[in-house]
Design a protein around this ligand. Structure first.
Ligand code: ATP
Ligand code: MG
Length: 588
């Protein structure tokens, strides 16, 4: 899998990187946690670490949030700057109002809101109040909202009047634990909503310092639902201790510098959009860009150029959408402000890295983590040579091993070509502390001191990790274990292929045969000639034993709303078996 081509780093990049090698120097997360708690006289709160720490420093008056409204750039004035001091001021008041309402430690506040400054404020205020913050992706329909809110015993909901009418009104009677409905009136229709609290009124109260709630490192802070790629989404619970991890890993894996203009394109409805879209950048005193609008390739280039984004965190799907928009478009823009670019959420195919290098002039740094890990675990950091297709190396203080779980039990696997399940030694502060309402399932994620991730990888030269696939997606054929990532990446190297997903189809002779679903680049027609051409391309490069035997051309791959390919759905559709939970399916 390892290619001979690497992206080497300049002397300047290596010298200015926040994380210089070697990364196996002893480092203990419990020391950092202990020191932070000691500094705070025993308490720990995410919102304090994100905001209060900057008061009295040069960060205080700098822009924390640069909000770009939907009507920008048509209306150039639709941009709003909020300083760290202003954000803290409002967070304190709102947090106190939430406590006065009756929200206390452990109560869960759900937020169903598009990317608006008020939803970021609500996240910080909820965390400060000691309540648990649970973001919902605003495009969810009533069903997924109800399921999550009831599972989380929602005590409060923050949403917009327009969203309430569309999604909550019909299920309100079923939300039996819901006590406080906080509404931001975005269209004048709040007056029709019974029993609600006006968001702006909560902001108009006086603040009394002595009312501050004290939280500790072990208090619950966040409830994040997983993406639902492999089944019904799980509710991962996180504590305030996670903030020390968010803070430092942002500095290391995302290379935050004080003057950064940082754009995390993940919606705060997902863990990435909260851990690294709100908490980590604020802890690091950088300016974060919030774009209210949905994806549009031209708009994205305009934002990168006009707001001089220096640090950009995105996802492979988003990159492939930019690829789809073509090579001409980025040439119209000056993207030279981008100093550091990174990606998460899915395997980052080498083809995408080379495309971004050639057409956007950036080196994409892949990193790997999960809702359960709460923060980045394996990453390509700034000073590192990038080996396209590799996720990078574990961060300091993180012990990663690969294991095979076989009849003998738990066995560490070694050697560059041996794949194993990624396991992480317990003890990093952002590790999840439970699956909501599923204790058994949570306990099954651990074996002795190790957390079992459910993902397969290989560890090759110089300690670089290479993603193989999820355990659920691995294909078993003629005694080989075939990881979808390698095959899909290879298929993407064919000039006609934009996206690819492979699955295993049961076969009496060999166990499973590989079938590929392919989305073509525009201007290509999925005829028999092209099908044979791609099949033979795959056979030449992969060998007959693992190359796909069948190919289907498809307009769009089924993806979760967070942009991940749902291979299980392709398989169910192919085999005519039940599709399982499809609430996370993005409707295209
Ligand atoms: P569910 O657990 O509900 O099936 P999910 O695993 O997709 O959904 P997330 O926690 O959002 O939910 O995603 C984490 C998973 O995403 C990882 O376990 C891995 O499979 C994949 N992933 C994330 N980053 C990368 C990466 N850089 N390379 C490869 N895979 C990645
Ligand atoms: Mg998962």
């Amino acid at each position: 899998m390892e290619s001979n081509f690497v992206i080497t780093k300049s002397k300047k990049e290596i010298e200015s990187s926040n994380l210089k090698g070697p990364i196996d120097t002893p480092f203990s997360w419990s020391d950092v946690l202990y020191q932070t708690i000691a500094k705070n006289a025993g308490s720990l709160n995410i919102s304090h670490e994100a905001l209060d720490v900057h008061i009295g420093t040069e960060v205080e008056e700098k822009t924390a949030i640069k909000f770009i409204g939907k009507t920008w750039p048509k209306d150039p004035s639709d941009v709003k700057d909020i300083t760290y001091a202003e954000l803290l001021h409002d967070t304190k008041i709102l947090s106190q109002s939430l406590s006065r309402l009756g929200l206390s430690k452990g109560d869960v506040l759900f937020s169903l809101s598009p990317r608006l400054p008020q939803s970021y404020l609500m996240a910080l205020a909820t965390l400060r109040s000691g309540a648990v913050y649970s973001p919902l992706f605003s495009v969810f329909g009533p069903g997924p909202i109800q399921a999550r809110m009831n599972k989380g015993k929602a005590k409060a909901l923050f949403t917009l009047a327009s969203l309430y009418h569309k999604k909550i009104d019909s299920i309100r009677a079923e939300l039996t634990t819901l006590t406080y409905l906080i509404i931001l009136d975005d269209d004048g229709s709040a007056k029709d909503i019974p029993n609600h609290i006006d968001f702006n009124e909560l902001l108009s109260e006086d603040y009394i310092e002595s009312n501050e709630v004290i939280t500790t490192a072990d208090d619950l802070a966040l409830l994040h639902f997983t993406s639902g790629t492999t089944g019904v989404p799980k509710g991962a619970m996180h504590v305030h201790a996670a903030v020390v991890y968010h803070n430092l890993t942002g500095k290391w894996a995302l290379d935050f510098k004080r003057d950064d203009i940082f754009w995390c394109t993940a919606d705060p409805g997902w863990v990435t959009g909260t851990s690294y879209g709100i908490i980590s950048p604020l802890c690091n005193g950088v300016t974060l860009i919030i774009d209210e609008a949905e994806f549009n390739a031209r708009r994205w280039y305009e934002i990168l150029q006009n707001f001089k984004v220096t640090n950009w965190y995105s996802a492979p799907t988003a990159m492939r959408m930019l690829m789809k928009a073509g090579e001409e478009l980025p040439r119209e823009y000056d993207l030279s402000s981008i100093r550091f670019a990174s990606s998460v959420g899915e395997p980052l195919n080498p083809e995408v890295i080379w495309w971004a290098k050639k057409n956007l002039g950036i080196s994409l740094h892949d990193n790997w983590w999960q809702t359960e890990t709460g923060g980045i675990i394996i990453s390509n950091f700034s000073s590192m040579e990038i080996k396209p297709g590799s996720m990078g190396k574990p961060l300091p203080g993180i012990e990663v091993e690969l294991v095979s779980l076989n009849e003998k039990g738990f066995e560490f696997v070694k050697g560059p070509d041996t794949e194993g399940q990624i396991v992480i030694k317990k003890g990093w502060p952002s590790m999840f502390r439970g699956y909501l309402g599923e204790t058994e399932r949570y306990l099954k994620c651990f074996k002795d001191d190790w957390y079992l991730s459910g993902d397969l990888a290989k560890k090759a030269q110089q300690g670089y990790y290479w993603f193989v696939g999820r355990l659920d997606d691995v294909i078993k054929s003629s005694g080989h274990l075939i990881g979808p990532f390698e095959l899909e990446s290879l298929l993407m190297e064919h000039p006609a292929v934009l996206e690819a997903a492979v699955i295993g189809i049961p076969d009496k002779m060999v166990g499973e045969i590989v079938k590929a679903f392919i989305v073509l680049k525009k201007d290509y027609k999925g005829d028999e000639r092209l099908r044979l051409d791609i099949l033979s391309f795959a056979r030449v490069h992969l060998g007959a034993s693992i190359a796909p035997r069948e190919i289907s051309f498809i307009d769009n791959l089924p993806k979760t709303r967070s942009g991940k390919i749902m291979r299980r759905l392709l398989k169910a559709r192919e085999l005519g078996t039940p599709e399982g939970d499809t609430s996370m399916l993005e409707i295209t």
